[in-house]
Ligand binder design. Structure first.
Ligand code: ADP
Length: 490
């Protein structure tokens, strides 16, 4: 059974019960008042007549004199005396006699002083008040005071019919109106259900429930569901984009791995052919070139694989083990090693005094890797001029600045260089690279709680500033000294 029908039935039932109680109370009240009025008027009249019975002394006898009934008659009241001596008198305002069973009537009068009786005579209803007539202990007979009550009964029947008809009409009206109101009130719930159904079928997550009513329970429910849908939609979008990124990453990685593999395979096949043809080592020059290609590609592949591994670990939520690290020795070591890297630009260092006593929360190996990613890039993308490293302090942070006079980038490319496999136009083809270095660098910086700033101009050069939050130098016996020591492995 629907909620709408149940609600309607409930309040129609409650209304019907209320009307029944109220209608019955009203009917019985009117009936009781009417009865009391009629009976008290009959009783008053009867008692007055009885009180007028007189005893008149006559010689040595007492004569009993009943009052003249016609003196007491009023419109609509009929009087009759039934005496034990067999006489019956009546008021002159009606024909015939009032019904009276003399034997039973007198017997009852001995037991009861007065009583009422209702008689149906033809189409009339007569209410008759019987009162015992006696004087000085002598039973004289029964006085009957009657009135016609058909009108009252008809009136009560009309009241009853009217009450029943009005109640039925009210119940019917309330049920119809209630059904309509319940439908109107529950309509937003219907739209909530159908919207939820549409979303469940996966038609459209951008769907919202339209509601322009007041902020009542349904309004709040609609708002809550809409907010929930908003959250589900944004979560779904995030998941979808993460899934798309992951898929692109896998396909880019496969593509990148295929290139060196193809080169290696081609060279191996070439060597096989050469050695088969000449039954020996073949042309030493060609052999050497093929071997060099294989070695270079294998190296490129192992770099790519280790970069992919680093990023896969980052995706898996790997966290860098951090402890206080003194920056100066780490940077000094990077500067020393950098001079041995292949490069065409001059390698310079600027003012590094900001590094004195500078400590960060980090890890020596990862800090070295981070610096190398930027230094190697700077060398790679700077055919002539210089690459310079210096350090500055600003608001509790230390900035490692790497400036180069290389090929630079377009402004619209800068936001993308930290994406995986992204390579700016100018770099593609000209230099070898995987497009993963800066993605790894970004992950390390995020892990260390730092940030990165890039300023670059095409054909003029670039400036990368790695900002890291400084921490107070640890105490003498702290573990920073051990961790901050330059690593001896290359
Ligand atoms: P890649 O292996 O291509 O160097 P990276 O992730 O390290 O990958 O860098 C992404 C891209 O950012 C590079 O391909 C290059 O276009 C651009 N880039 C990075 N460093 C520099 C720089 N110092 N000067 C000019 N462009 C740079």
């Amino acid at each position: 059974m629907s909620l709408r029908l149940r609600l309607t039935l409930w309040y129609t039932g409650v209304l019907a019960l209320t009307l029944l109680i109220f209608g019955s109370a009203l009917y019985f009240f009117i009936a009781a008042i009417t009865k009391i009025n009629i009976e008290s008027s009959l009783r008053r009249q009867g008692e007055e007549i009885v009180s007028q019975i007189q005893v008149i002394p006559f010689f040595n006898m007492n004569l009993i004199q009943l009052p003249q009934l016609n003196d007491f008659r009023t419109a609509g009241t009929f009087l009759q005396t039934n005496r034990v001596d067999g006489r019956t008198d009546k008021s002159g305002n009606f024909q015939g006699y009032l019904p009276f069973d003399r034997t039973a009537g007198f017997q009852r009068a001995m037991r009861e002083a007065s009583w009422f009786e209702l008689y149906d005579i033809a189409e009339y209803k007569l209410l008759i008040y019987h009162i015992r007539m006696e004087i000085g202990g002598e039973f004289l007979g029964v006085l009957q005071v009657a009135t016609e009550v058909s009108d009252h009964y008809n009136f009560l029947a009309a009241v009853r019919t009217l009450l029943i008809a009005m109640s039925l009409f009210t119940i019917l009206l309330a049920a119809t109106l209630g059904m309509y109101l319940a439908r109107k009130a529950l309509k937003p719930i219907d739209s909530v259900i159908s919207a939820a159904n549409r979303i469940e079928k996966g038609e459209d997550l951008a769907q919202r429930i339209a509601y322009r009513g007041p902020k009542d329970e349904i309004g709040r429910l609609t708002e809550t569901i809409n907010n929930m849908l908003g959250r589900i939609e944004s979560m779904y979008k995030e998941l979808e984009s993460a899934y798309r990124t992951q898929r692109r990453f896998v396909s880019d990685a496969s593509h990148e791995l295929r290139t060196p593999l193809t080169t290696i395979r081609g060279n191996v096949e070439l060597l096989q052919k050469l050695w088969k043809e000449k039954e020996g080592v073949g042309d030493p020059q060609l052999t050497l070139e093929a071997m060099r290609d294989i070695s270079q590609e294998a190296e490129r592949m192992s770099r790519l694989v280790s970069d992919l591994l680093a990023l896969a670990r980052a995706d898996a939520g790997t966290q860098i083990d951090k402890s206080p690290v003194a920056l100066a020795p780490v940077v000094a070591e990077a500067i020393r090693k950098a001079q041995f890297l292949p490069r065409t630009a001059e390698w310079r260092t600027g003012d590094l005094s900001a590094l004195e006593g500078a400590y960060v929360m980090g890890n020596t190996d990862y800090l070295q890797q981070l610096l190398f990613i930027f230094i190697e890039n700077a060398f790679k993308y700077t055919p002539e001029g210089y690459v310079e490293l210096d350090a500055v302090r600003e608001g509790g942070q230390i900035g490692l600045r790497l400036r180069d006079t290389g090929i630079g980038m377009n402004q619209d490319e800068i936001p993308h260089i930290f994406e995986r496999f992204y390579r700016a136009d100018a770099s593609r083809g000209r230099t070898s690279g995987t497009g993963l270095g800066l993605a790894i660098a970004k992950w390390i910086i995020d892990e260390l709680g730092g940030s990165i700033e890039v300023v670059s101009r095409k054909d003029e050069g670039s400036l990368f500033i790695i900002w890291l939050p400084l921490i107070p130098p640890p105490r003498e016996d702290g573990e920073a000294a051990a961790d901050g020591a330059p690593p001896d492995a290359e």
